[in-house]
Design a protein around this ligand. Structure first.
Ligand code: FMN
Length: 313
């Protein structure tokens, strides 16, 4: 997710769950081919497992970008065919590519050929007037034939003109049945459901019908919901860290990154929701927002902010 799952956001989420698969922000394949590749692909091994999400529509560029992603250590390449932003459409990719299944399939095939790690796709259940199962089934069959290992399907259509990206995440109604139907028709293909899932409890219900669930906004607004995932979904009942322990686990990472020039805010902005809906949540947010921008601010700001929040543990 843009602005959310950059490397610092992912490192933070990894302190909460050891097993959930994290995705990078969408990165334009051309930017990796011709831009600041090392900066764009940098990640900390402590974030693992991480999928690199690519946007693009040029099979050769996507293949090259995927190869760089694999070399940088990412465990999966995810191809974005779900983003409805106009900026993305003018670049001829994102959800608009659902209308061009042959091209999408060529992109997938080029990436599958280029790397040994799994290539997956994120798409919608339809676009514009193509709001029916047949359209989705046809698109999915094409990319499956091209070698896609798994599909994450946002259970809403995208309206390519007239809605902002935000509206496109809210206005088209959720249609989970279409995603379940896809899994029933293509049982051998891994299908991950996305859209509107607010808790691990809800995810568990979907997992009886599909292979996995992708959680977006809820994990950013209230990241601690992911703390239940290891025990309840991945059957690894290790002791999860409390919210306070998670904040403290970030301190060495913060020190390391500050000394290499990262701004404190770039890390702490991902941590603002840690105490979501808990006593002290507002004081935590306010203290960080007021004190992180101060010159010379460092990890001690976190220590001070933690004193404002009761430690349930
Ligand atoms: C701020 C923000 C940034 C997003 N960036 C991406 C992105 O880079 N790639 C992507 O596939 N989806 C992106 N999405 C969409 C989410 O991945 C997800 O499909 C959508 O929010 C629906 O799932 P949710 O209801 O669990 O949030 C973004 C969503 C938000 C709110």
């Amino acid at each position: 997710m843009m602005e959310c799952t950059d490397r610092h956001g992912r490192y933070f989420l990894r302190q909460i769950s050891q097993h959930v698969l994290l995705y990078s922000e969408m990165i334009n394949a051309a930017a990796i081919c011709y831009g600041k590749r090392d900066f764009l692909l940098a990640f900390d091994l402590g974030e693992y497992p991480v999928a690199l999400q690519l946007g693009g529509s040029d099979p050769a560029e996507l293949a090259t970008a995927a190869r760089h992603g694999e070399a940088a250590g990412y465990g999966e390449i995810n191809f974005n065919v779900g983003c409805p932003s106009e900026r993305v459409q003018s670049g001829h990719f994102g959800a608009a590519l659902m209308a061009e299944p042959q091209l999408a399939a060529r992109c997938v095939a080029a990436m599958v050929e280029a790397v040994d790690i799994p290539v997956t796709v994120k798409c919608r259940i339809g676009i514009d007037d193509h709001d029916n199962f047949k359209f989705l089934r046809h698109f999915v069959q094409k990319v499956a034939d091209a070698g896609v290992a798994s599909l994450a399907v946002h259970a809403r259509i995208a309206i390519l003109e007239g809605l902002t990206p935000k509206q496109n995440r809210e206005i088209p109604p959720l249609n989970y049945d279409r995603v379940y139907h896809l899994k029933e028709e293509l049982p051998k293909l891994e299908i991950v459901l996305n859209g509107g899932v607010r808790s691990i409890e809800e995810a568990i219900k979907h997992i009886t019908r599909v292979d996995g669930v992708m959680i977006g906004r809820a994990a950013f607004e209230d990241p601690y919901i992911l703390s239940e995932a290891d025990a309840r979904i991945f059957a690894d009942p290790h002791q999860t860290l409390s919210r306070h322990e998670i904040a403290r686990a970030m301190l060495p990472y913060i020190e390391r990154n500050l000394s290499s020039g990262t701004r404190l805010n770039h890390i702490t902005r991902h941590m603002l929701g840690l105490f979501h809906a808990r006593p002290g949540a507002r004081a935590w947010r306010r203290y960080l927002s007021e004190n992180v921008p101060r010159s010379g601010a460092g990890p001690e700001v976190i220590e001070h902010a933690l004193k404002l929040v009761p430690d349930a543990a």
